[in-house]
Design a protein around this ligand. Structure first.
Ligand code: HEC
Ligand code: HEC
Length: 260
């Protein structure tokens, strides 16, 4: 079934209305758009593949193989709970997200920054563990408060993220907004479009057979509209993550989640 075409041109992929109706509310996370089978998987720690990642993160937390462990400097994982909902942050003239912070700190543990960036499995496992620990906290990403110059820089990156969200891109010529504001609850290929909130990351996607960060998801959305994918770590991806997390202010952090 071909959908109505709200952007007034023939889409290369049809966005269709699903039956039964999915919700169309803007403040729901991707969790609300899961089929019952995946929800059941999510709620069963015995078969949820994320459990293995959390175990791995717990081991990495106390790993002293190459130097001091995370625990050597930070003691309990819970001590970093509040920090999780405040990334991306403006640090030394750039935006860093939680995975960037973990990378920086891994070097303090004597582990060299790997070439595979945020997709490094230990970084992912630690990110999953930290997000799990912060489950239920409200997202609270705010501007730096002390230096006006930093505040202005942060604001300009937020504005760039917001502008990108509405900018058409790729061969499909669609913006994030076309899907994640205007077509919530509609079917796109095997997926159902959610409001695009970053509240349930990292996600275990069945189609990846693995865990991925917000960054990986955003890159997949660029690819989905056949736009050129920014490379991992590209500042554009941090600007978008900043905008999405400010947009999700006050929503609960859901912890690592299952997705299609
Ligand atoms: C052609 C439609 C389309 C466009 C355009 C698009 N996305 Fe997506 N996006 C999807 C689909 C489909 C999914 C997977 C299902 C869902 O929405 O959670 C998704 C998932 C996401 C998620 C994860 C939501 C979750 O809970 O797992 C985020 C965040 C996101 N997109 C952000 C963006 C951003 C930012 C842009 C613009 C750079 C963008 N998307 C452009 C279709 C799109
Ligand atoms: C040698 C000590 C040391 C080790 C080891 C270390 N960190 Fe850190 N960490 C710090 C310091 C110092 C900061 C303060 C911010 C900065 O300088 O980056 C910090 C900040 C953080 C923050 C932000 C906390 C906040 O409240 O703002 C997170 C998250 C974090 N570290 C995670 C980790 C993880 C995960 C590991 C293990 C891979 C780790 N750290 C290992 C010293 C360490």
């Amino acid at each position: 079934m071909l959908a109505t075409q709200p952007w007034g041109q023939t889409p290369t992929t049809s966005i269709t209305q699903h039956s039964p109706q999915w919700p169309t509310t803007a403040n729901l996370s991707g969790q609300a758009f899961l089929p019952p089978g995946l929800l059941a998987l999510h709620n069963d720690p015995g078969s949820n593949p994320i459990s293995l990642w959390l175990d791995r993160g717990t081991l990495a937390w106390t790993d002293t193989a190459n130097g001091p462990s995370c625990a050597s400097c930070h003691e309990k994982v819970e001590s970093l709970r509040q920090a999780v909902v405040t990334y991306p942050r403006w640090v030394q003239a750039r935006l860093i997200n939680l995975e960037d912070q973990i990378q920086n700190c891994r070097q303090r543990s004597g582990k060299a920054g790997p070439a595979d960036g945020a997709d490094n499995e230990e970084v992912l496992a630690l990110s999953a563990l930290l997000h799990q620990t912060a489950k239920g906290l409200a997202w609270n990403v705010t501007a730096p408060t002390i230096k006006p110059a930093e505040q202005a820089a942060w604001q300009s990156h937020l504005n760039q993220g917001a502008a990108l969200f509405t900018q058409r891109m790729g061969r499909m010529n669609l913006s994030c907004q076309h899907c994640h504001d205007q077509n919530i609850g509609k079917q796109l290929r095997a997926d159902v479009i959610s409001p695009g909130h970053p509240t349930g990351f990292p996600v275990y996607r069945m189609s990846w057979q693995g865990l991925g960060t917000v960054e990986r998801r955003l890159r997949a959305c660029f690819s989905g509209v056949q736009a050129q994918m920014p490379p991992p770590g590209d500042p554009v991806l941090r600007d978008l993550e900043l905008y999405l997390k400010v947009r999700a202010s006050g929503m609960p952090l859901e912890g690592p989640s299952i997705r299609r």
